[in-house]
Design a protein around this ligand. Sequence first.
Ligand code: HEC
Ligand code: HEC
Ligand code: HEC
Ligand code: HEC
Ligand code: HEC
Length: 262
Amino acid sequence: MGIFRIRNHSIPLLGAAVLLSVIPRITAAAEPAKPAETCVECHKDEKFRVQNKKIYDYYQEWKGSAHDLAGLSCTACHNGDPSKAEKEAAHAGMVPQSDPASPFHYKNIPKTCGGCHQPVLDRFAKSRHFEQLKSTGRGPNCITCHGALNAKVYSTTIIERACANCHNAKTKNHPEVIGKAQEILERLNHANGYRKGLRFYYKSVKKPEAMAKVDKAYTDTIDFWHEFDFKKLKPRSQDLLTELKTLYLEAHKEQSGKGDGR
Ligand code: HEC
Ligand code: HEC
Ligand code: HEC
Ligand code: HEC
Ligand code: HEC
């Protein structure tokens, strides 16, 4: 499993309605070993496959997601009372998504997700995307790219699907960003490969603490990605790749050096 990384536990400044939903979310995240929620117990019922396909699909998407694996269930993001087995009682406090007070109203989503992913939000808040989201509603929010529940990280192959809806020749909205995004993501994936190699190496020489620096360099860059400033991101991704590759080659040399001495 990946490193459990909630890098900011402070409660961000939010509107009152969103704040109400933030406090239990942070608490939930701090106590991963909690009893199953009634939400899960009821929503996972196979009968919804025919009775209510949408409900069924949302559960299936969450199941096995990074959030599920990290011990976060429904009330990490949704309101409601997970101790109540009755639907109406369990749904208490939930408002429709179209309500501007909903944590899932499109303009509130960055804050909702940012409650746990603060460093990403800090960067995203500086982007053209955020500006557009606020002013015209035409910019993407977190779930436009990540999905509501699955929270999968994008690979280069699916970047086109995530961006081309808005960035294409017809919309004339910077169609060139797709090629640039692919190039940068390829480099980040490459750097991530060295990161995985280094994790394996540092573990084998019993120096797992040496990974902290590597992980920080990588995640800082991913955070920075969310500013969508490719002029700055391109050299930064090149620096990251060089840094991790150098560390990896040094580790490799050390390892084979030891081998010679046997
Ligand atoms: C006893 C079964 C049951 C429980 C417990 C339950 N739900 Fe539901 N939920 C449903 C059904 C059925 C629907 C489909 C809409 C409807 O019938 O109201 C639904 C709909 C929803 C929706 C879609 C919005 C809507 O109103 O249509 C959300 C979001 C949701 N549930 C979240 C939760 C959360 C979060 C919890 C726990 C705090 C929870 N549910 C507990 C059965 C349940
Ligand atoms: C990481 C945050 C997160 C978690 C965890 C999460 N959800 Fe959601 N959920 C969302 C978001 C965001 C939306 C809004 C979806 C959209 O706009 O497509 C949503 C939408 C839904 C909807 C449709 C709402 C509607 O009004 O149509 C249902 C049903 C739902 N979630 C059920 C669940 C259940 C059940 C769980 C637990 C098994 C769960 N969710 C866990 C973030 C989450
Ligand atoms: C209650 C805290 C919490 C909330 C709210 C939350 N997340 Fe997460 N998220 C986590 C944790 C914990 C992980 C797993 C550890 C990690 O990678 O940071 C995670 C992982 C992720 C990942 C990485 C997936 C991977 O495969 O590495 C993405 C992307 C993500 N979340 C997006 C979102 C989005 C989008 C929302 C809003 C709909 C959201 N998160 C809301 C806590 C949260
Ligand atoms: C326009 C698309 C887009 C938007 C909007 C977006 N992201 Fe991302 N996000 C990505 C891509 C692409 C990556 C993957 C970079 C990689 O792994 O190489 C990513 C990576 C991540 C990760 C890191 C996973 C890891 O490897 O540690 C998290 C967490 C995350 N995003 C959360 C969010 C949150 C929270 C928001 C909203 C505030 C958001 N994202 C908005 C495209 C987007
Ligand atoms: C929901 C629509 C939407 C989606 C999806 C989307 N964008 Fe954007 N993007 C915009 C809008 C609107 C702007 C602002 C354009 C302007 O006014 O210059 C923008 C601007 C940008 C810019 C700044 C361009 C510049 O030179 O100023 C970059 C870079 C960018 N997007 C990258 C991406 C990438 C990469 C993805 C996919 C991971 C993506 N976008 C997905 C709507 C979107």
